[in-house]
Design a protein around this ligand. Structure first.
Ligand code: AR6
Length: 185
């Protein structure tokens, strides 16, 4: 499903994000930035071993050895991926900070889009951040993801934004919310 928003395209697809050829793909990482399971594991596997070294360097030099805070983003090369860059973000763990989790999840999407804009890139693919290991209910996460992306695209020019879902079930949930939200535009 694809829609034009203020001369941008927002597209939802089913697929493996490691195969995307957008300028940027987003990794749903953890604060250590050293890899993990889910989409993080798949991205590290596909990008190759230089990725973990690059992440370690970012931690040492940009984050003073600290973990990447939830909702924040860093960028690395895509190494062996088709995508030129990877933006790594950390989604909220469901119910760890109940009062903040909606804002933190929105920050992941907004901060990644800001970084694309600042770097004058023109396409980005997102996975469904926090809805796997981190347990965020997908109906709620989909609404936050879509509202945040749509609002950003109404106010900015990026080009192409894709959301790459890993199952038909996830796709159907996002598609239904997307249809509902674009009717209001
Ligand atoms: N392409 C697209 N989506 C994928 C892929 C893929 N190749 N693989 C999985 N997904 P998760 P989180 C979907 O658990 O909830 C990691 O261990 C998956 O079906 O990857 O933010 C990190 O290191 C789900 O819909 O990320 C962290 O410790 C979505 O990606 C923790 O998990 C996100 O699921 C982060 O948890």
């Amino acid at each position: 499903m694809k829609r034009n928003i203020n001369d941008n395209t927002l597209e939802i697809v089913v697929g493996d994000i490691t195969k995307e050829a957008t300028n940027v793909i987003v990794n749903a990482a953890n604060g250590s930035l050293l890899g993990g399971g889910g989409v993080d594991g798949a991205i590290h596997q596909a990008a190759g071993p230089k990725l973990v070294k690059a992440c370690q360097e970012v931690r040492n030099h940009e984050l003073n050895g600290e973990e990447l805070p939830t909702g924040e983003v860093i960028i690395t090369s895509g190494f062996q991926l088709s995508a030129r860059f990877i933006i790594h973000t950390v989604g909220p763990i469901w119910n760890q900070t109940p009062d903040l989790q909606e804002e933190l999840l929105a920050n992941c999407y907004r901060n990644a889009l800001e970084l694309v804009k600042v770097n004058k890139l023109s396409s980005i693919s997102f996975p469904s951040i926090s809805t796997g290991v981190y347990g965020y209910p997908i109906h709620e996460a989909a609404t936050i993801a879509l509202q945040t992306i749509i609002q950003f695209l109404q106010e900015n020019h990026i080009g192409l934004v894709k959301i790459v879902l890993f199952s038909d079930k996830d796709y159907n949930i996002y598609q239904e919310k997307f249809q509902h939200l674009v009717e209001k535009i």
